[in-house]
Design a protein around this ligand. Structure first.
Ligand SMILES: Cc1cc2nc3c(=O)[nH]c(=O)nc-3n(C[C@H](O)[C@H](O)[C@H](O)COP(=O)(O)O)c2cc1C
Length: 234
């Protein structure tokens, strides 16, 4: 098959009368706005993983890398995800805690971009979430030394089998490995993008004001909880 990708066009970007205007913001701070858009995405059965987000990290010298992770909690304190603390992303976040993350909800023509700084969540939080996962997922987390080379799939399956024999029985609990846990992204900028058929798409960005910056009510608006927001050109 020979597909000419230069002719691919989105089929359902929004029309002009569905623009995303400042008056459509449900909150003047990004967490309330994120909640509204995230809940809209969760309501759409066509979106199978509304919590999938592309997480970008970078080494100390600025070499970037990106991958998907699943959002597992959000609120005014930030956005949480869980992973292996020995993985490539974890090593990069250790060197450089500045990260970016992006959601794209295709059927809604919406994307959210987040920039911020990560911190590990408490061990207590990681243990609690680990045990809330299905047991096979707990076993998989123990069996995988994420991002390290492995000789074959068989090696992984052998480890899984051994762990199943040890822990898959009544009264036994899979211990959370020390190398597995969560992070929380504390955002300093969150942008809400909504696509338009005309490509004059809407972008409203919340950010923390720079030193001494005062909203003029024209280009820069005062938000709640110490945030400011501005409309960006598409
Ligand atoms: C939709 C989706 C969700 C994923 N969720 C997670 C996750 O929550 N945590 C995780 O460690 N890896 C997750 N992965 C796997 C990662 O994308 C990646 O392969 C893995 O974390 C290793 O990345 P790294 O080598 O850059 O550290 C997910 C992959 C996809 C496609």
């Amino acid at each position: 098959m020979n597909i000419d990708i230069t002719t691919l066009r989105s089929k359902n970007y929004k029309s002009r009368d569905e623009a995303f205007l400042e008056e459509n913001l449900v909150s003047k701070e990004p967490f309330g706005q994120f909640k509204a858009w995230f809940e809209d995405a969760c309501m759409r059965k066509e979106i199978l993983e509304p919590n999938a987000m592309c997480l970008a990290t970078a080494t100390k010298d600025g070499t970037p890398s990106a991958r998907f992770v699943l959002l597992k909690g959000y609120g005014k304190d930030g956005l949480k995800f869980y992973t292996n603390y020995g993985s490539r992303k974890a090593k990069e976040m250790e060197q450089n805690p500045r990260v970016a993350a992006t959601f794209y909800w295709e059927v809604l023509n919406r994307s959210v971009r987040i920039e911020g700084v990560v911190e590990k969540v408490s061990e207590e939080d990681s243990v609690k979430y680990f045990h809330s996962r299905p047991v096979p997922s707990q076993i998989a987390a123990c069996a995988s030394y994420q991002s390290t080379p492995i000789e074959s799939r068989d090696v992984l399956c052998e480890r899984e089998k051994a762990l199943e024999a040890e822990y898959m029985m009544p009264g036994k609990e899979v211990p959370k490995p020390a190398y597995w846990g969560g992070y929380i992204i504390r955002p300093n900028a969150v942008e809400f993008w909504q696509g338009q058929m005309s490509r004059l798409s809407d972008r409203i960005k919340f950010r923390k004001p720079m030193n001494g910056e005062v909203p003029d009510g024209k280009l820069l608006h005062k938000g709640d909880d110490g945030w400011v927001y501005e409309r960006l050109s598409p």
